[in-house]
Design a protein around this ligand. Sequence first.
Ligand code: FSO
Ligand code: SF4
Length: 562
Amino acid sequence: MDSKMYCFQCEETVNGQGCTVKGVCGKDDQVANLQDLLIYLLKGISFYGVKARELGKKSQEVDVFVMEGLFTTVTNVNFDNDSISELIKKAFLVRNKIKDIFLSAYREKSNKTFDEPIPDAAAWYSSDEQELIDKASKVGVLSETNEDLRSLKELLIYGIKGIAAYTDHAYILKEKDDSIFAFIQEGLEATLNPTLSAEQLLALIMKAGEFSVKSMALLDKANTGVYGDPEITEVTTGVKAGPAILVSGHDLLDLEELLKQTQGTNINIYTHGEMLPAHSYPGLKKYKNLVGNFGTAWHTQRKEFEEFKGAIVMTTNCIQKPTELYEQRIFTTGLVAWPGVAHIADRTSDKAKDFSAVIKKAIELGDLEEREGKKLTIGFAHKATLGVADKIVEAVKGGMIKKFVVMAGCDGRSNERNYFTDLANKLPKDAVILTAGCAKYRYNMLDLGDIGGIPRVIDAGQCNDSYSLVVIAQKLAEVFGAKSINELPLSFDIAWYEQKAVCVLLALLFLGVKGIRLGPRLPGFVSPAVLKILVEKFDIKPITTVDEDLDDIMDSQEAASV
Ligand code: FSO
Ligand code: SF4
């Protein structure tokens, strides 16, 4: 194949097969190839990382570098050549560090020099720019020539990217779990092993499901530990008069630091996209300057950021190419980067990030005009939802709720995603939607009403809060005396886009959820043979038409049967 790059990690990949000239997301071939080289070097680092751990040695710097490197390559995080090139340079240093740690531990233990074969990813080095570019074009996903092994390896890596993203969010809030760091490296290192069978890769993919659950649970612990358990909260989507800053992405600490730094000023802070759940955390909603939510899912940001006349901060994915109407007033931070966009530097040790440039910009831009907006009810994470469990159980037993439909995941550009809006609209009035992630923006503004005070869209939070949905389902299974959540009147209709959704999907498979509908398209990186395995083992199916799926959803497992 004559291609300048090859990336098929997200749902929007060209023709459902692969971006070969430029990413639909806006990633150019050079960035795509350099990201491939970075992943390759992270595998090389992991080769030594796994060996060092076997001898009881590890390094936090190395663990964090691998985790952050993976998150950097998630869809819509980093589009900047220079910053990826810097990470590649650093990867060589980090690899040397863990190599030295391992070699000295090995010598100490065995009294001899390590002389086993070393994979190219753990040995190759160059500081020459052209050599780096040449190498980058050779180590991407197509370097595995067996289609099925490639499919399994990439499924594993994308799940691990999601795990890394959630683990990084938890780490920022000072929660960590060494077993997750160890698994991330175990999974990456395994992809270098030419003798690994499809069965062994499948076992690792299931293990990734286990660690997906762990990473989401860890992040739940971090978020609730720092900001308290989400509370059922009404959020306004209008605009108040006054200078303003819009915060998008998923990083709650960035939002909090900005709230603190603007406290006592007349600057209003708004959430965008996946930042919406911030309003339900007691530790964040207490800030009077957190005034509302503006806009919807990530893919409408170009229009919405043009309309929002204040300053904008992008804390994590999903960033799109800024238009000239707001490129001078958008800032990136953390792992996010777009060439030419001003970047807020990382916090040094425990010192907060300095958002003064954003604040200065908001003041310069002046007042926003007042605008009316709808109200959204959010905050149905596990604690709040289980707090009203008796009402839910009563409604199920009384026949007012016949079905729960989990419609978590991501939103995206394609019109096919109207399926989720249409399905939500057409669901009978005795069906309740459980949601998390930006997928909700396809139906959270619809007036779907409530059942005895329980809203028909139960919004648990960000994509990682799919964990809450699982906790809720497990609790319901317990209350109804069901053997598993598969026996509940519960259907899964998941919208996916990027690799965090792959992590959520693997978590559900690990928990034994069967019959998940996935849309709008099945992943391009899943080969026909791998799909056959997933269908046989888990009964995964693609979404079809709204009417067909609706019949199927409502026919399966009636509430009355529990
Ligand atoms: Fe959406 Fe983007 Fe949260 Fe993703 S904003 S698509 S699954 O990054 O992480 O749900
Ligand atoms: Fe294409 Fe998605 Fe990869 Fe971007 S992340 S290059 S849209 S497959």
